[in-house]
Design a protein around this ligand. Structure first.
Ligand SMILES: C[S@@+](CC[C@H](N)C(=O)[O-])C[C@H]1O[C@@H](n2cnc3c(N)ncnc32)[C@H](O)[C@@H]1O
Length: 252
């Protein structure tokens, strides 16, 4: 797999930390009232594990989590986070696979896909829902966020995140251009600086991102029998899609 995070992975955890201050309460709300305590919650594209931490804190101690992460560099941080905390270590399984190739459990309590759905094309998403939805337990859910832009438009370069560790400051800058009918191309720059802006290093990364808005998401998931609603702080762009009633439909 072509890993868009190969060169930026070292910055991801510290630069996404503030955003998780917004996402975590919404994710906790989206997970509330789930049945099937011992069924698996899947965190797809788990990154460095901030979502895994939030899921484990929100669900009972006997609820297992499958953290799927294709990027070896991000997975190293994820595995270290899971290993370093006794509560996570006992219940988090880290899978070195991707959305469409990961072996799935028979029964899925929730599928969490935070800050990652734009990596999947519309065809890949359809295939994902086709695999996931029949395995969702009644009341099971898909939880994901749509990050702006939700339409294919250009975005002017701006600083997305900044954090300091010791003597160094880490900044993530981003701009986007239209790359297709449902796609933008992000141009990311990661700057490391000493005091007074003296540069230490600069890494640039480009990757494509599939965009959709709330109406498109809702329509797509309705076709798979899920009912979608917004959850959490409106700025988080977070949605929960619930499978109401019915039996498990997975037959493999
Ligand atoms: C912006 S990061 C978000 C990480 C994490 N979910 C978070 O919010 O902190 C996007 C993640 O999606 C993962 N990813 C990219 N393509 C993927 C795919 N086809 N299947 C599963 N994960 C994928 C990346 O490796 C990365 O971990």
């Amino acid at each position: 797999m072509d890993d868009p995070y190969a060169r930026s992975a070292e910055y991801m955890d510290i630069l996404i930390a503030d955003a998780w201050g917004l996402f975590a309460p919404g994710l906790v709300e989206a997970l509330s009232g789930l049945s099937g305590e011992t069924d698996v919650t899947v965190d797809l594209g788990a990154g460095t594990g901030r979502g895994v931490e939030t899921i484990c804190a929100a669900l009972p101690d006997n609820s297992p989590v499958l953290a799927v992460e294709p990027s070896p560099t991000l997975r190293a941080v994820l595995l270290a986070r899971a290993h370093g905390d006794a509560h996570l270590r006992a219940r988090v399984t880290v899978s070195p696979t991707d959305a469409l190739n990961t072996p799935l459990p028979e029964r899925i309590r929730a599928l969490v896909a935070m800050n990652m759905i734009g990596h999947l094309s519309p065809d890949d998403r359809r295939e994902l829902w086709r695999r996931i939805v029949p395995r969702l337990i009644p009341g099971g859910r898909v939880i994901l966020n749509l990050s702006p832009p939700t339409r294919p438009v250009g975005i002017t370069r701006s600083r997305m995140a900044s954090s300091s560790v010791g003597d160094l400051t880490y900044e993530g800058w981003a701009s986007a251009e239209v790359a297709g009918e449902h796609r933008v191309r992000w141009h990311m720059t990661y700057l490391v600086q000493r005091a007074e802006g003296r540069p230490v290093s600069e890494v640039t990364v480009d990757y494509d991102w599939w965009v959709m808005d709330e109406a498109e998401l809702s329509k797509e998931l309705t076709e798979h029998g899920l009912t979608t609603r917004q959850v959490g702080h409106p700025d988080a762009g977070l949605y929960v899609a619930i499978r109401t009633g019915g039996q498990l439909r997975h037959q493999d």
